[in-house]
Design a binder for this molecule. Structure first.
Ligand code: UDP
Length: 248
């Protein structure tokens, strides 16, 4: 039986989580692409989280390589550009798989766009088996459809795999009432409810992802993955984060 990991205050104890990393995180200090050293340090954090006894699902975005909206803004067909974005997420998933396996962490990549030569398709029951065997399952290609994002993919996989929480690792340490980079008076919420996030259009995840988490009562833990060791601190209840949940 898997041991229960400690959890941040305001959260139930966690057995299984989904960790969503935006593609930009994989750039490290670069302005584009994949910084393999930084991915290795992220993989070490994931390994440490797993060693607390958690079952771990991972979703990685593609913004470090290609975003459909950016292609569309330059005149590309939006759906075509979105498929390119989804392919970017598969590259990121493979980079993370490689980094994790170097550290001896068993992983499987499951993609919502079938790509049999490089990874498995998304099969929920198979993902369950992998998790039960202690493997980290990395879900790629979002929901597999254009006009969505990997945030929605993360919320969808968190719901179908019945994750206890969705951890969103980004470059800020939570949700603020204004942009902390522009407004020195911006205040970080410790907890906030889904409906306020949606009504105030706070930049947590896209609205469909927040709504899916709300409808399935999945808490969203927003934290910074930029500082080393932060995932472990947040999981141990010693970090800085915002928790989006019902009735804050
Ligand atoms: N994408 C998509 N459908 C999905 C997931 C992703 O069309 O279900 C495309 C979309 O173009 C998006 C890109 O893949 O811009 C990269 O994903 P995302 O923007 O979510 O990456 P992140 O911002 O997390 O790095």
């Amino acid at each position: 039986m898997t041991a229960l990991a400690p959890a941040p205050a305001n959260l139930p104890r966690l057995k299984r989580i989904l960790l969503k990393l935006s593609g930009e995180v994989l750039m490290g200090n670069q302005s584009f692409g994949i910084d393999t050293d930084f991915v290795a340090s992220l993989a070490a954090e994931v390994k440490a989280a797993k060693e607390t006894g958690l079952e771990l699902c991972l979703v990685i975005g593609g913004g470090n390589i290609f975003r459909g909206m950016a292609g569309a803004a330059k005149g590309m067909d939006r759906a075509q550009a979105d498929y390119m974005g989804m392919l970017a997420t598969i590259m990121n998933a493979l980079a993370m798989q490689s980094a994790l396996e170097k550290l001896g962490v068993d992983t499987r990549v499951q993609s919502a766009i079938q790509m049999d030569a490089v990874c498995e398709p998304v099969i929920r029951r198979r993902a369950e088996r992998h998790l039960a065997k202690g493997r980290v399952v990395i879900f790629a290609a979002g929901v597999g459809a254009p006009y969505f994002t990997t945030d929605s993919g993360a919320a969808l996989r968190a719901a179908e795999l019945q994750c206890d929480a969705l951890f969103k690792g980004t470059s800020v340490d939570g949700v603020y009432n204004a942009d902390p980079k522009k407004d020195a008076a911006a205040r970080r919420y410790d907890t906030i409810d889904y409906d306020t996030v949606l009504a105030d259009n706070l930049q947590v995840m896209d609205a469909s992802a927040v709504a899916l988490c709300r409808d399935n009562a999945i808490p969203i833990v927003v934290f910074s993955i930029r500082e080393q060791g932060n995932l472990a601190r947040v999981l141990a209840g010693q970090g800085t984060q915002t928790i989006v949940r019902k009735d804050s």
